[in-house]
Each structure stands twice: as C-alpha cells, then as structure tokens.
Design a protein around this ligand. Sequence first.
Ligand code: C2E
Ligand code: MG
Ligand code: MG
Ligand code: MG
Length: 282
Amino acid sequence: RAKDEGGGEHWAYEPGLHATAEERRKLEFALRNALERGELSLNFQPVVDANSEQVLSFEALVRWNNSEQGFVSPGKFIPLAEDTRLIVPIGAWVLEQSCKAAMSWPSNIRVAVNVSPEQLAEPDFADTVVRALANSGLDAHRLEIEVTESIFLRDANLASKSLEQVMALGCTVALDDFGTGYSSLGYLRKLRFTTIKVDRSFVQGAATDNPESLAIIRAVVAMADSLGMKTTAEGVETAEEAKMIREMGCTKIQGYYYGRPMQLSDTAKIFQRRAAQPRLSA
Ligand code: C2E
Ligand code: MG
Ligand code: MG
Ligand code: MG
C-alpha cells in the first residue's frame, strides 16, 4: 500500500507494518525447515459418546516447537502454511503420523485429521490418504477427515471430488467449526458428511446465559438428525456444559472437560482410566 501511494519514505511512518512482514518472513523461513528438523509433533484430544462417555476417537492436532520462535500456535502457523502451500507436505505428514498413532489404539477407536482447502485442491489428495493408510496399515474406516466450510469458497468441485474419493475408500468426513464460516446450507445436500461439529463459540456459556446459542445448537442437532448426520459439540469445559449438550441430543462431545490435547504416550492412560472409572476429566 505504502509504495502504491508513491514513495519509500512511507515505510518510515508505518514501522508496525514492516515489523509484521519481517516477522512473517522469519516464521515462514523457520516453517520451511520444521518438518525435516523434526520440530512438528501431534497431540491427540479424546472425543466421547455423549451418553456413555466412552472414548470413540481422538482428534490429531499439530504442534510446532521451534528453537528460536519457541512454541507457535496452530492458529498462527496453519494460515501461514496454507498461504505458502507448505500445508501440503505438512498435511501429508500429519495424515501418516495420525494413522500410525491410531494403530497403537484398540481397533474400535478412530482418529480424526484436520485437512485444509489447499490440500483438497491437490488432484492427488486421495493418493496421499491411500499412502498414509498403506504405510501405517490402518483400516480406512478408522480415519475421519475434518474440513471446514471454507473448502466451499475455493474450488468447491475439486474439494468435493477429493472428499468423495476418500469416502469411497471408507473414510468418513466431518464438517468442523460449523456455524462460524460463510454458511450456505446448500452443500449439505451435496456431500454426505458423517458428523457436524458445532463450533465451541455456541457451546461455551450456552449452559448458563445464552438462550440464542442454545436455540442454535438445538436447531443444528434437529437438522443433522433429519439429514442422518451426527453432531459433535466442541469446547465442552464444564460438567454443566456436558449435561446441557447431552440434554440437547448431541451425539458426541469434545473438550477440556473430557480431556485436553495430549501426547500419544498419554492416550493409553485414557483407556486404562476408562476401565477404572467412567469420568475422564483430570
Ligand atoms: P479445530 O480443528 O477446531 O480443533 C479444536 C481446537 O480447539 C484445538 O485447538 C483444541 O485444542 C481446542 N479445544 C479443544 N477443546 C477445547 C475446550 O474445551 N476449550 C477451548 N478453549 N479450546 C478447546 P488447536 O490445537 O490450537 O488448533 C486450532 C486449529 O488449528 C484447529 O481447530 C484446526 O483448525 C487447526 N489445526 C490443528 N492441527 C491441524 C492440522 O494438522 N492440519 C490442519 N490443516 N489444521 C490443523
Ligand atoms: Mg478439527
Ligand atoms: Mg473445530
Ligand atoms: Mg476450531
């Protein structure tokens, strides 16, 4: 912008802009090397059956720990990885590691993996999934792909095609962060999502003081029911929220109340504790 207005001196008036660009360049440089330096890892967060509170699956959540930048949140580096298309190799790594992790769990436990629009725009996305399944030995039915409404803003046909290919393999697809994107309900007719994940912004506080959020959750559950889809409530942090969500008929619950994202080595404790006592929250 500054340059368009004619004159490099404008930069002097906007040191903030310059610092941000510089910071971003540094972050991007570091991210380019993150995979080969082994700086990426995965955490796993349990998803439980709303009624039985039994663990059904874990969602894989990527973590980046850089020697200079320290811990960088996915909210910061995923958008950068998407802009630079680094999400393609990173996403392939996440898929394979997630499938390998699931192989260490009982065979009734599934794994959910977040996939960005940029990955679905790759014509060989389904091949990447096939490779992850083959290299890990995981049954396709144990893999769920999570996408957000934003996939329909890019090339919706290409994204749908990729998703139909992985569904044909036996994978399921969940619609993440429902209600926060540029919602157009039309696409619910076109793609058979298995699950709609109700964004945590509707869940949090809804138990006590937000009748509008309650009404929206109730409507989403009713709509999902009639479409033959399941619902997961995201971001359940308290017993009150869990109770409210159960009463509203959501199928599954995810949130700190039942378990925070954890290292793979800690997931076994969840199964063991499950055997000893029903309540999972630490
Ligand atoms: P998401 O897929 O909606 O994942 C849920 C996010 O909510 C996670 O944040 C999780 O730690 C957080 N969360 C779970 N339960 C609670 C709760 O009870 N309270 C609160 N306040 N937060 C809760 P995280 O790990 O920071 O990830 C943020 C986002 O980054 C994810 O949102 C997802 O969109 C993206 N992401 C993470 N890993 C990957 C990945 O491997 N690939 C892609 N493409 N995106 C990823
Ligand atoms: Mg997700
Ligand atoms: Mg989500
Ligand atoms: Mg989210």
